[in-house]
Design a protein around this ligand. Structure first.
Ligand code: ZN
Length: 249
């Protein structure tokens, strides 16, 4: 697939964690994207592929995982200035009364976690044309669950989000990008058209294991340019990458 799918988490200032990109860095990255690629909504890519068309080279899709509220405060206004769009993957358990503890960021006490978006904010984004997808119910490491448990989670998160948005939710992002054959089967059975991964090594790509490239804090611009080139996801999933990478960045 000649499309580069980038994966962000938080865009804010002063959260010193790999998942959080500073607003000034994000702004520079958006400027590079607006200049050098065509950023399209994920749904557009899915529809083109389903209709038998290929996706033009130089196409980029932006995605965000976890549903942090800084998306509304920082990322969306910056993307709007550059005419870009993105899909946000929400942890659907956060929609339930009482919300959910952000217990999936390594080294972070959930009590210190930045807030997640409220259901009202998610609904409002959707109404303004910003795509929303499922990031499961509780951000579990799905390969550790049974196929039946995965299926129940994928269905429940889809239904909760569809009830909130009053629209179909057709894409899923696996927590931590982790998946396995039984997880992919469950994603398909639950009715998603596509499921996104985040490969750290060799991994076969398919509609239920679509590779993304994670963009992390402090990635200097040269590295960002490399990461956004369309062969990067392929290189990362090749065995060659394992040999040359040495260690994960
Ligand atoms: Zn996540």
């Amino acid at each position: 697939m000649p499309v580069s799918i980038l994966c962000y988490h938080s865009v804010t200032n002063g959260w010193d964690d790999p998942v959080s990109v500073e607003t000034a860095d994000f702004e520079r990255q958006c400027a590079v994207l607006a200049r050098s690629t065509t950023v399209v909504p994920l749904r557009g890519v899915i529809d083109r592929l389903a209709a038998g068309y290929s996706v033009p080279a130089g196409t980029t899709v932006l995605t965000f995982d976890d549903g942090f509220a800084d998306y509304v405060e920082h990322a969306v206004p910056i993307m709007e200035r550059y005419g870009l769009t993105a899909t946000m993957y929400v942890v659907a358990g956060s929609l339930e009364p009482g919300g959910i503890a952000v217990d999936w960021i390594r080294g972070l006490d959930p009590a210190d976690a930045p807030p997640l978006m409220t259901p009202e904010q998610i609904r409002e984004l959707h109404d303004r044309g910003w795509e929303i997808g499922s990031h499961t119910m509780r951000h579990a490491d799905m390969p550790t669950l049974s196929e039946a448990e995965c299926l129940a989670d994928f269905k429940e998160s889809k239904e909760l989000l569809e009830d909130l948005l009053e629209a179909p939710v057709t894409s899923l992002a696996y927590p931590f990008g982790h998946h396995a054959p039984h997880v992919r089967r469950a994603a398909e059975l639950a009715g998603y058209r596509i499921a996104l991964a985040l490969p750290e090594g060799p991994e076969e790509a398919g509609p239920y294991s679509v590779p993304r490239t994670g963009i992390y804090r402090g990635n200097p611009e040269w590295k960002f340019r490399v990461k956004n080139s369309r062969w990067y996801a392929h290189v990362r999933t090749s065995s060659l990458y394992q040999k040359v990478a040495g260690r994960r960045t």
